[in-house]
Design a protein around this ligand. Structure first.
Ligand SMILES: *[C@@H]1O[C@H](CO)[C@@H](O)[C@H](O)[C@H]1NC(C)=O
Ligand SMILES: *[C@@H]1O[C@H](CO)[C@@H](O)[C@H](O)[C@H]1NC(C)=O
Ligand SMILES: *[C@@H]1O[C@H](CO)[C@@H](O)[C@H](O)[C@H]1NC(C)=O
Ligand SMILES: *[C@@H]1O[C@H](CO)[C@@H](O)[C@H](O)[C@H]1NC(C)=O
Ligand SMILES: *[C@@H]1O[C@H](CO)[C@@H](O)[C@H](O)[C@H]1NC(C)=O
Length: 263
């Protein structure tokens, strides 16, 4: 049985995180993500069409330093019982604009500091728009983390650049640890894009038009996946058989209730 205080901590942390529950590295600071005036934040659903081109990124506070954004789809269908991940974007060389700009956020129009690529740093992984296929899970979570990459050593830079070459199975925590950047995440976000379905069973790429290998559009056995790779294995509340945010939260709440009731 988990210690009640740890469960409480985990529950509170999960409630505050701007990244999907269970995803590591998490962040409690909002990264503003906006596609052509459409706010793509707080897990909100936006259309595939709206998100076809790279979004504007911003933060409420002006940031000092140089940053990289990493965007990952956590819900790529696979042949196994677990979903896979796909790197959608890795862009370094981002700096806060000097002046705030009006942006549409999920809490309305707000002034924020847009992250700019002033040096025209080439993307380590070019932006790929969300394109969830008609396979389960139909709804995909796209998470973005902003990482401080100030004074990055060559070895760290290489670790990122090397990781960016393999999009499928991208594990953000592992990659950041290899680059020594696991504690440098300054903001996070996620939104979702959902294929209207219905999900097809067998049949190659599941009916998703134009799937490429980097879309994770692999052939399938019709497996319905529910496990979420974004859920960290080391997270206390996700330990054991429970995977995915909602069961973990329920477990945490049930545990709390049990503690209060004296069980
Ligand atoms: C702001 O974004 C929301 C959600 O993405 C959208 O519904 C709304 O129309 C946008 N508002 C403006 C003024 O564009
Ligand atoms: C995506 O957003 C829709 C609409 O808000 C919601 O019904 C659905 O559960 C979300 N999916 C995920 C995976 O968050
Ligand atoms: C397939 O991809 C090509 C190149 O990206 C694009 O021009 C074409 O419109 C796509 N076709 C469909 C059906 O999406
Ligand atoms: C998924 O399963 C199909 C059908 O069994 C198989 O042809 C395909 O190679 C598998 N894909 C992967 C990536 O294992
Ligand atoms: C979680 O554990 C499974 C099975 O032990 C392993 O295959 C997977 O790579 C792990 N995922 C992460 C994010 O560590």
């Amino acid at each position: 049985m988990y210690s009640p205080s740890l469960v409480l901590l985990a529950t509170v942390a999960g409630a505050l995180a701007r990244t999907p529950a269970g995803f590591e590295p998490s962040s409690n600071t909002q990264l503003i993500v906006e596609y052509n005036n459409i706010a793509a934040m707080n897990g909100m659903m936006i259309s595939k069409e709206a998100s076809s081109k790279a979004p504007r990124l911003a933060t409420a506070e002006k940031l000092t330093g140089t940053f990289a954004v990493i965007m990952v789809d956590l819900d790529i269908p696979s042949n196994t019982s677990r979903t896979n991940t796909l790197l959608h974007w890795m862009q370094m060389g981002l700096t806060s604009a000097d002046r705030a700009t009006m942006l549409n956020t999920t809490s309305g129009q707000n002034m924020a500091f847009v992250l700019e690529n002033r040096q025209n740093t080439p993307a380590a992984a070019e932006y790929i728009g969300p394109n969830p296929p008609a396979r389960n899970p139909l709804s995909h979570r796209y998470t973005e983390i902003l990482v401080n990459v100030d004074n990055l050593q060559a070895a760290s830079m290489n670790a990122l650049a090397t990781a960016a070459r393999t999009r499928l199975g991208f594990n953000a925590m592992e990659v950041l640890m290899r680059a020594g950047l696991q504690n440098k995440v300054v903001a996070g976000n996620f939104f979702n894009v959902t294929n209207p379905g219905p999900a097809t069973g067998n049949g190659g790429n599941g009916g998703g038009a134009n799937r490429t290998s980097t879309d994770g559009g692999r052939t399938n056995t019709g497996t319905t996946t529910s496990a979420r790779p974004g859920a960290s294995n080391t997270s206390l509340i996700n330990a054991g058989a429970v995977s995915g945010a909602q069961p973990a939260l329920l477990l945490a709440l049930a545990t709390l209730a049990a503690v209060f009731l004296g069980f």
